[in-house]
Design a protein around this ligand. Sequence first.
Ligand code: M6R
Length: 616
Amino acid sequence: MCGIVGITVKEKNKLKDKSLGKTLASLLKMLEYRGYDSVGIAVISDGNIIIRKARGKIDEVSSKVIFSEIDGLTGIGHTRWATHGPPSDENAHPHTDCKGTLALVHNGIIKNFYIIKKDLQKKGHSFKSETDTEVMAHLIEDKLYKSNSKVFLETLKEALDEIEGSYAFAIIYKNEPNRIYFAKKLSPLIIGVGKDVNLVASDIPAVLSYTNHIIPLRDGEYGWITPNEIVIKYGDEIVDFTSRIKTIDWNVENVSKAGYPHFMLKEIYEQPLSLRETFFGLQSDPNIERITERLVDSEKIYITGAGTSFHAGLVFRYFLSKLGGRSSFPFISSEYSQVSEEIGEKDILVAISQSGETIDTLTAVRSFKINGSGIVSISNVLESAIPRESNYAIYMRAGPEIGVAATKTYLTQVLTLTYIAIQYAHIAGRLTDSEYRDHLNILSKASEITESSIRISEPLVKMYAKDLKSSKSMYILGRGLGSILALEAALKVKEIDYIHAEAYPAGESKHGPIALVEPGFPVFFIFTLNHRKELIGNIKEMRSREGIIYVSTPTADMIRENTLDSRILNIASYHSEILEPYAHIPAYQLLSYYISVENGHDPDKPRNLAKTVTVE
Ligand code: M6R
């Protein structure tokens, strides 16, 4: 998984930074969330291709190899998350052919690279890296020089026909100094359409400082851009893309840190706004009624997603059952084969993915489609792969999320899915018109509950983070909806703080996990409206083993009256179960954030993780 970018400008004064090298580094910064173990750029300068690259994050590499001293009008860049070949200077992109006539960057995996590599080596090509990507540079070179008459685009197509797997490529060629060639299959790629400047990139944030007009490319498309021209082909046909140009209402301000020390904190704080916009968007989405009717008419409802998106799916299952009286079947997307045999045409899959590009979820969607199931997707990224392959797509309006940890996309997913569950209950006749309006009115408070939970919990969380920063392990427990929210709280602590945090239904303690509790072991309780008596029993049970108890609750007095010396994590008051995610979850997002900061980690870029997982 990687981020790629390319920019070509008519004149130097079109660049927003003082050199092309510096420009590419700034554009790559917007994609750093996609990978950050090595970085590199290639530009065409005075008829030559110059490549600079190294292992490390963008800022380190940028000053080490001095990107800023490289100038030109056309260049490409790459930020890497290693899959084939460990992070190293040699394995960093761009890669080039034997003679250095072209340079390319790639996001994806070339599955048959080894066979192609062996064949090219026999023909005398010499490789410098262990990557799958480098074969593409040599493959094009090989084909290009077999026949002098061939134009580059035809050669590119021939090479693409030979490789298997997934790719987004950006390629520069010495003989055509103002062009960037591109190709896309399964990995995301967009074109940024400007005036006297055009760009290609893995994601929208990278082009926003130049344009807010974009063309999301489709699988199988390839072509080239110059500062004033765009050519897209599919097979042998030229694609008419004029009606596909979209205007994006995000701006550079949206995607920069806006004064916060980290994107994660900024995104936690953006949640009230994102929730409001998502709620308004749902109210004006003409698809919702059709989708709900389709769900009501379906035989079975399956729900899928990975990580946080799966956790949002479990909240959907909960409310679909509680409000709509309807059973559904959630599964983690990479485990689709456990259920795909039983799918029929009357079934429907609700696929949840903030990026819309997670390969596990995309594969589950494809497998369900083959078996005839209808697909409803919930995503935050317009025109990404999963919504494009769905029968119905609902977009959250969370805005771009740069921090690797899902925060605002989780709560907006939960809000979107709860909204659908309420619609379902109404159409299915489980809620009267007035109950339906009441439920929507309650859900419309999600934004203010989130805002007040952030405000109320933050000072306490900062204090508790100091106590917890050296913990090796903790439990986060709840009952009913609380046990589902606990899963997301624990994932945040694991991925950002590198602390083993385990979530399970509190009633399970006595069946095994309580054996681990010894003096000082931290145990969190998500104290929900339902099951209070049982939860108090569970708190006492843990306290008697001398665990240190933390309780997220708006009703501190009740806890203090009933249990001894629990540490209270105050959150916003609420009177309906529908609002519990927005009251409890921000406190745990902040907790994971502040533990990470206390330990000197970078919460935006947790180790071993990338924002969007486009490899199986
Ligand atoms: O883009 P997706 O929602 O499909 O991503 C799925 C997971 O990789 C993702 O939710 C991951 O678990 C979060 N980044 C964790 O915070």
